[in-house]
Design a protein around this ligand. Structure first.
Ligand code: ADE
Length: 291
């Protein structure tokens, strides 16, 4: 057995459902990172910091209304414990639909923090004074409401851990992934060479590494244009689209046009052929009736 390497980051999740952390702690790339000591994950349950008989973490909202609000005192104590585990300099992040949108850029930045405390709320929300006094940042993973912040916290953990040194092997480097430079990923293929009547693009079988790299870049640019034009626009505004990229995009556009033109031609030809065959079989039918 090799010695675990020193941890690169310690993340503590504050949650009334600490067992949910197992989803990222035990399996796949995250599981390996935890076993190798590159990432330390802890869960802190605010219920363990309550002092009342019922161990209550929530209470009714001032001003009335439905639902319950998380009480500040147990959360503050749990965050304190999270900081003790993750390191006193740990940044405290609250997961909420009201937060700033989490993205690839923020994942890279957070991966450089020495430690994090991720606060996952439940119920209607968290007492605002706790957020004002204890939380450094609020993050949302998208414009929808989850029943708690745990899944959002785990999304953040998974996304940022990929940028910790050594978590991904070089063969599956984060730099090769979607968004590595603000673009979607290119398509991927494995054996068999023909599947569902579709062949693997010839260039990928050519062994010509430069041509393959060029093709992949062109597909990444083209897909981004078709599926997420907003991402491409941002690159253009930031003036990071090179002349080569623009050339590849133009080539992609031309190729797509050519494919559509051919599909239309084939469609017309097929329809003409179908009409001819239909005509013939109608004639056959007619002659049968007449016979
Ligand atoms: N908690 C509930 N919904 C959430 C979301 N969309 N993002 C982050 N935290 C949340």
């Amino acid at each position: 057995m090799h010695e675990p390497r020193p941890s690169n980051m310690h993340i503590a999740m504050v949650s009334v459902f600490p067992e949910t952390l197992a989803v990222v702690r035990d399996v796949g790339v995250m599981g390996r990172a935890v076993r190798d000591g590159r990432l330390k994950l802890s869960a802190v349950n605010p219920r363990d910091f309550t002092v009342d008989r019922h161990r209550s973490v929530d209470d009714r909202p001032y001003g009335g209304g439905p639902g319950m609000v998380m009480r500040p005192e147990p959360l503050a104590a749990a965050i304190e414990e999270g900081k003790r585990l993750a390191g006193e300099g740990a940044r405290v992040v609250y997961l909420t639909p009201q937060g700033r949108r989490f993205d690839d850029r923020r994942a890279r930045e957070l991966a450089r923090e020495p430690g994090l405390v991720l606060l996952a709320g439940r119920y209607e929300g968290v007492d605002e004074r706790l957020l004002d006094s204890q939380v450094d940042e609020e993050l949302s993973i998208g414009d929808y409401v989850l029943s708690g912040g745990e899944l959002a916290a785990m999304v953040v953990i998974d996304a940022l851990a990929r940028f910790l040194p050594g978590v991904l092997g070089h063969e599956d480097s984060a730099e090769e992934d979607s968004f590595a430079d603000g673009l979607l990923d290119c398509p991927h293929y494995t054996r068999p060479e023909v599947y569902a009547d579709r062949s693997v693009p010839q260039v990928l079988l050519s062994g010509d590494h430069a041509a393959i790299a060029r093709w992949r870049r062109k597909q990444a640019l083209g897909r981004t244009l078709e599926r997420r034009p907003d991402l491409l626009e941002r690159r253009e505004n930031e003036r990071v689209l090179t002349a080569d990229d623009k050339g590849l995009l133009e080539e992609y556009r031309r190729e797509r046009l050519e494919v559509s033109r051919r599909a239309i031609e084939d469609g017309v030809a097929n329809r003409e052929e179908a009409t001819r065959t239909e005509g013939r079989s109608r004639d056959d039918g007619a002659s049968e009736v007449l016979e």
